[in-house]
Design a protein around this ligand. Sequence first.
Ligand code: FAD
Length: 431
Amino acid sequence: MSNRIKAGIVSVGNGAASAECIIALRKCGYARDIHVVSDVDMAPYNPMLVTYYASTKIDEGMLFPFGGRDEFYRKYHVAFHPNSPAVKVDGVRHEVELENGDVLLYDKCLIASGAVPFTPFSIPDVLKDKVITVRTISDGEKLKNVLSERPAKVLVLGASMIGIKVLEALHSVGSNVIFADLAQHVFSLAAHVSCSQIIEKYLGDIGIQLRLGTAVREIVPGEECKCEVHFTDGGPNEVVDYVASCVGVRPNMPFIDRQQVKTDRGILVDTHLRTSCLDLYAAGDVAQGNDILIDGKRIIGLWANARMQGKTAGMNMAGLDREYIGSLPHNITHFMDMDFVGIGDVAHGDREFHFEDKSNRTLCHLTWTENRLTGINLLNMPELSGVLKDCLIHNLEGGLPNILSGNPLAMNRIYQKFPQLERELMKEVRG
Ligand SMILES: Cc1cc2nc3c(=O)[nH]c(=O)nc-3n(C[C@H](O)[C@H](O)[C@H](O)COP(=O)(O)OP(=O)(O)OC[C@H]3O[C@@H](n4cnc5c(N)ncnc54)[C@H](O)[C@@H]3O)c2cc1C
């Protein structure tokens, strides 16, 4: 029998955005009942760590930064509805309908249902177990099993930040990996071509086969239960044990009525994380909030952004008046002895600074737009990221001389480590 349950606050989804919202609500003194609905039965976890879990670099417990299931929901006095995904959110009637038929009648509701991976080709039923995606803990379990088999050959589709982590895990167990992407270069959204090329050379040197500039047309069953992959460029087919699809994610919002709630790629939110519907908020990978770089709205699928949006939504839902100015595209990642930093937009700009040293795979590529730093790429120079990121975020005017003069201590440390970079920077300073 289904129930109609009166609820103070309902969170649809139980990831980082939801967890931070709950913590903020209680810290701000919100005393009424909070209900969390989820399609799974677990505490909020960190999808970023799923590949590390699969490759046994971390224990299962480390996936749960907010504590274990009972611990978290008990501590914050949350009524948890596990295995009960929301199937409809009615922002006018203030109702959330669950798959089991229950309806929660809310005062305020947060949509924090994250994103889901999409696979841009159909998968024949017999190959369903051969195509993996990476987002949830159950995806992590599947990847873990695949890694334990040490498959001979795997296609990783999507030369993205997630793809590279999967590639790394497979390479470490001795699999031959094909790294494929429709774009002409790896990390096409975050890296300048020169940076991509250094990474591509490195991947080639360690035996990774690259197939760039082509997409998968279809996957058909091959011999011995393998996947036969056909490409759009008509190049040779690949016969592989598994395909890891890491081409991207989509905001998870099938339960939203787009006539009621304004959406673009995600659910549109203002700086208070309010949607277009009264008392309905959204945060995290499902929300399209402010991008401080473009002065517009964009989905920024990052852990810190999800947390800050969730926290701000929670404070506002508790009755405070708080704004979150937004975030910007931002990747700092370590893979296979490489440190990559991509912040902002390196593809556009009206001025650039470029330094690279192929012998030790170091690179610094910066772009400016109207005298403001708008794009940063660093390879194996993580020391520079803090100082440059600060300049970019705070919209500091001026070129490198300005950046350098503001941070003499940091720059001294950097010069000691990268003397060639210092020479290049000094040329720039002197004009
Ligand atoms: C492999 C990988 C690597 C990553 N690397 C980085 C990185 O290096 N740096 C970085 O900043 N970010 C990274 N991210 C992104 C980061 O993990 C996300 O931005 C962040 O976790 C988003 O949090 P969220 O709360 O919005 O969504 P999620 O963590 O996805 O949580 C949403 C929750 O909602 C639940 N849910 C789904 N549908 C429903 C429904 N209908 N009803 C109820 N509940 C539902 C889901 O079970 C899920 O637990 C990575 C992600 C992945 C997958």
